[in-house]
Design a protein around this ligand. Structure first.
Ligand SMILES: *Cc1c(COP(=O)(O)O)cnc(C)c1O
Length: 391
């Protein structure tokens, strides 16, 4: 059982893993699991990836931490590489997704402040979103189950339906600063923005002088088969937040922006003691080394298509269990007819780890480095689970 000394804020499964290699984890009883949870879309290179391990070990032996009072060459290198491979001109590093979003929200407010419009501080966000657990990001998330009991919520977030441009237009006021949206909602159930929606949001932002902030904490870093999920669309953001897979398992978050959007962020306006320290940026650079290899994203797209096609076949044979499938690259969810937790638990009994999401969805978040044998294995396990749950 979990020690009572740990604050009981999680409904933990009574399994403790002691070793990981590639797509597999081993628990303290020596049982092996296929990891399609990856620490919630974090372990993008699989466990103990030799290059990531070598870079982190090397850095730990050289220098762990100095603070942002001084230059950090690895941080400069990671920022430059993220900018070279995206829309962004500048990057701020923090330690988590919530902090990356906090930076984005502060940046949007500051942008309008320095433009002479301090009254523009409100952010339009979406139903079933997830942006984090700090006071501001839980207000951005907006769900009662996350907000209840924690006193007055941080002011300035207006929620609209995920797929309704007219509702967005109607929500814009002369106090609106930005629109904050996940291109693919992760916690909400792998909900992909409808075609044209992101371009529509961009147009609304242009019309009203708003900043378009994309929360790519879960969808970013290759999960969808592009470095950033919005690259599947024609829309250019002003700000993008990253975390989860950015460090492949080391805690790092990033808020990327155009220099225009970031123009209010000057010395003293934001900070983080650990943010972008030598350890975590060594991990970030190692992850990028792999993700930027020739053909890596094409392979993620190909594996994603194969896994989705196999899931669809399986769904047709088991439509009393699987209702629908949502996927982009290896960002995959399926809605189940039984409670999603029953399917997650039954898959774990079969030795496969997955993650539940909103809308009664089960998420497949495999390492981006899997091969076809892992697809065979997960489909075999899901087939057995469907048979078991149907009988
Ligand atoms: C996980 C997640 C967050 C929060 O990240 P933390 O590192 O847990 O603070 C924010 N946004 C999205 C889309 C996420 O998936």
């Amino acid at each position: 059982m979990v020690s009572p000394a740990v604050m009981p804020t999680y409904a933990r499964v009574d399994v403790a893993f002691t070793k990981g290699e590639g797509a597999y984890l081993w628990d303290d009883q020596g049982r092996r699991y296929l990891d399609f949870a990856t620490g919630i879309a974090v372990v993008c290179l699989g466990h103990s990836h030799p290059h990531l391990v070598a870079e982190v070990q090397r850095q730990a032996g050289e220098l762990m931490h100095v603070s942002n009072l001084y230059r950090i060459p690895g941080q400069e290198r990671l920022a430059e590489r993220l900018c070279e491979n995206s829309f962004a001109d500048v990057v701020f590093f923090g330690n988590s997704g919530a902090e990356a979003n906090e930076c984005a929200i502060k940046m949007a407010r500051k942008y309008h402040h320095v433009n002479g419009h301090p009254e523009r501080y409100r952010v339009i966000t979406f139903e079933n979103a997830f942006h984090g657990r700090t006071l501001a990001t839980m207000a951005a998330t907006g769900q009662a189950k996350i907000l209840d009991g924690f006193g007055p919520k941080v002011e300035g977030f207006d929620h609209v339906p995920f797929d309704d441009l007219d509702a967005v237009r109607a929500a814009v006021t002369n106090e609106t600063a930005a629109i904050l949206v996940e291109p693919v909602q992760g916690e909400g159930g792998i909900n992909i923005l409808p075609d044209g929606m992101l371009e529509g949001l961009r147009a609304i932002c242009d019309e009203h002088g708003l900043l378009l902030i994309l929360d790519e904490v879960q969808s970013g870093m290759g999960r969808t088969g592009k470095l950033l999920a919005h690259e599947w669309t024609g829309a250019k953001p002003d700000i993008v937040t990253l975390a989860k897979a950015l460090g492949g398992g080391m805690p790092i978050g990033a808020c990327m922006a155009t220099s225009e959007a970031a123009k209010g962020m000057v010395a003293g306006s934001h900070g983080s003691t650990y943010g972008g320290n030598p350890m975590v940026v060594a991990a970030g650079n190692a992850v990028l080394d792999v993700l930027l290899e020739e053909g890596f994203m094409e392979r993620v797209q190909e594996l994603g298509s194969k896994l989705t096609a196999r899931l669809e076949e399986l769904r047709q044979r088991n439509d009393s269990i699987i209702e629908d499938i949502r996927s982009q690259g290896l960002f995959i969810g399926f809605k189940t007819k039984p409670t999603n937790m029953d399917v997650v638990n039954a898959l774990r009994d079969e030795g496969v780890l997955t993650v539940p999401a909103g809308d009664n969805v089960v998420r497949f978040l495999p390492p981006l480095t899997i091969d076809e044998s892992h697809i065979d294995e997960v489909i075999g396990a899901l087939e057995r689970v469907c048979e078991k749950l149907a009988s």
